[in-house]
Design a protein around this ligand. Structure first.
Ligand SMILES: Nc1nc2c(CCNCC3CCCC3)c3[nH]c(NCCc4ccccc4)nc3cc2c(=O)[nH]1
Length: 372
């Protein structure tokens, strides 16, 4: 059992479990959802709103912060926690995925990824060594290996070659990691091929990491494919280490992943959807711009105890959104994050009561019998 992670309770009826992850900036209760703060900010939320909404850890991004304002500047100013006045844990992604998804001009070589900045067009080379150096300069509590996420439709041949390079990059990431107080997680690749996933996992365990993430998912593959990969890896991932699935997901995805034994999740969905007026509630999704809410004096979600549901009507939230008020993004984001985090709290409680199987059935039913 590693000293930074303890499984606290294993649900008696399924693979779901609760755990405690210890980092330099504090402890994290798992399963946990991690709000995404790409440019050192969870868009439209202040740190005190985040803690008020129950956030234990947030994500930031190597790619964005390396390009702007630069990791050396953040380091000189005291690191990311001081820079953004967030004193709880931070996890940084290694940047490879963002280069792939954000830049047109990019070239992947053994050395690393050459790309043109989406900000000012300058050329850069991101390598495993530089990625680790940036994450160490930012001072994150959990950092990620530099990996390659193959396209969802990549053939077996490509995925096999890509996975071998991701393993070599993982070794280089670990060799470049000097700050032992930070936790370093490996990222399992291998596409939709269970045997390649197993190979990736075995190779990463041979190198040895503080936690293991599933990469290469939620990139457009069919749901059954995603679930199949989750199932295949769930039995192979070391049970006493944290398991993180990157980019997951919808509330249903979270419940399904917890049921399969995963612990940590991140997704831009609650924050991005909020800014588009798509709000999550106990009765399913509410598209707040719809006319049907024009005179609705009720709270967004009667079952939610967040600041927004205690103080505002759906009619008001609809008005703010249609008027393009900045407050619309603030209130919608606050609710979606609070709702996601309260869902994770209810999940942890159900696991502790050995009731997660029942919770999963009831949750699916509630989300899909909306009177919408
Ligand atoms: N290193 C790495 N990162 C991945 C990520 C980024 C995770 N969020 C990082 C945060 C750090 C800050 C920015 C993000 C992924 N995100 C997704 N899907 C998101 C899908 C999605 C996109 C938009 C809306 C909803 C879902 N798949 C991912 C796969 C990988 C991967 O293999 N390797």
């Amino acid at each position: 059992m590693p000293d930074h992670f303890q499984v606290e309770h294993q649900d008696g009826g399924c693979r779901a479990r609760t755990g405690r992850l210890t980092t330099p900036h504090g402890e994290i209760q798992t399963p946990i959802f991690m709000p995404v703060g790409t440019n050192a900010s969870v868009k439209a939320m202040r740190p005190e709103d985040l803690t008020d909404a129950g956030a234990q850890i947030i994500l930031a991004n190597t790619y964005h912060l390396y390009l702007r304002p630069g990791h050396r500047l953040v380091e000189e100013l005291g690191g990311l926690h001081r820079f953004m006045s967030w004193d709880r844990p931070i996890l940084t992604d290694s940047g490879g995925f963002q280069v792939y998804s954000l830049t047109e001009l990019r070239k992947i070589t053994e050395e690393g990824v050459k790309f043109r900045s989406h900000i000012d067009g300058s050329m850069h080379l991101l390598t495993p060594e530089l990625s680790i150096k940036v994450q160490e300069a930012l001072g994150a509590d959990i950092i990620m290996c530099f990996d390659e996420c193959p396209p969802a439709d990549a053939g077996r041949e490509y995925v096999e070659r890509s996975l071998a390079m991701t393993t070599r990059w993982a070794q280089r990431s670990k060799d470049a990691h000097t700050r032992r107080d930070q936790l370093l997680f490996g990222i399992v690749q291998g596409g939709r091929f269970s045997d390649l996933r197993q190979r990736s996992l075995q190779e990463l365990q041979g190198i040895g990491f503080d936690g293991y993430a599933l990469g290469g998912l939620s990139v457009g593959e069919e749901k059954p494919v995603m679930h199949e990969v989750m199932d295949a890896c769930s039995d192979l991932l070391p049970a006493d280490y944290p398991r993180y699935i990157m980019g997951i997901g919808t509330p249903e995805d979270l419940v399904e992943a917890v049921w399969r034994g995963y612990d940590m999740f991140d997704c831009v969905m609650p924050t991005r959807n909020a800014r588009n007026g798509m709000l999550f509630t106990s009765q399913g999704r509410v598209n707040i711009k719809r006319k049907q809410y024009e005179q609705d004096q009720g709270p967004l979600d009667p079952a939610c105890s967040c600041y927004v549901c205690r103080n505002y009507s759906r009619a008001y939230l609809r008005h703010l959104f249609r008027s393009g008020e900045i407050l619309a993004s603030m209130l919608n984001t606050h609710h979606n994050i609070a709702w996601y985090l309260s869902l994770m709290g209810r999940i942890r409680e159900a696991i502790r009561q050995d009731q997660f199987e029942a919770f999963r059935k009831e949750f699916y039913h509630q989300q899909h019998t909306t009177a919408e």
